[in-house]
Design a protein around this ligand. Sequence first.
Ligand code: CA
Length: 360
Amino acid sequence: MRRRSFLKRLGLGSLALGGTLATVETAQAADQRFNWKLVTAWQPNFPVFMDGVNRFAQDVKRMSRGQLNILVFAGGELVPALQTFDAVSQGTVEMGHGAAYYWAGKEPAAQFFTAVPFGMNAQGMNAWLYAGDGLKLWREVYARHHLIPLPMGNTGVQMGGWFRKPIRSLADLKGVKMRIPGLGGKVIAKTGVNPVLLPGGEIYTALERGTIDAAEWVGPYHDLRLGLHRAAKYYYYPGWHEPGPALELIINDKAWKSLPVHLQAIVENAAAANNLWMLAEFEAKNVEALQTLQQEHKINLLEFPADVIETLRRLTKQTLDEEAAKDATFRKVYAAYQQFSTRDVAWHGVSESAYARIMK
Ligand code: CA
């Protein structure tokens, strides 16, 4: 009885000891300080985009009481802007910020996690990512690249772009040389537009000199800062090609696993907070800039003609089907995206869109 009691005590003692050791180890990991690097696909001082990333790093530092310190680098400061994905994937740095559709060449399905033409707006994207199966799929797709993605930022619906000549019908698009990247470029090429890829810093000069005839960039705020209204007179809406581009925070999976759970929670919540902040900032800044463009610069603000929009819509479906035929992952994400967005459109028709029509 005594012996059994002793063994029992010993057993419990061992368990307790094991438990204590485990607790000590966890406590050490829990106290460990982390100094991480975050690289971005954005130029230094790129408003809203870089502001949001800097806010995120500050939020994490404050919430973790300095336990997770994130040093932010603009594109080109540590690695070239468009090597953000590779640098984080390979673990050269722990974190990155960019837009998933930049990596379409490596992962075609990534485009759905930013924006596709005639796809979901910011509200739809957030619903799909957070409350639907979007983020789960995104994690699945990025797992093979050793990345954990989190939504962080959204520009809201962009503008259709600046044109040097008015577009009165589909025929006016023929031969137009336009700066428009990604799937939007592939779609509009089918109408006879010659899509050109140009970084932000080169758009104004190209448009002003007539090297290109049209250019899309972001929205009123960023376009005004580039001075595009001085290079082309006709400003078209809506941004059919980028209806609500989501931006991404990417984290190397090994680095992520090394974080104690409370720091993971801080990163997730700081990313979500700045996802909201960036969308709000874009909206507020665009409201102001559109007013300046109209009142001070007297731009011609025009809606794309109906035949242009209808044709682009048809060509988008054709382009997405062509891409789907080439890549199984693209097919899978496309199907999930469509399933969500079809119902989202139906709901929007009687909620946001219906309300927008009567909003004054
Ligand atoms: Ca754009």
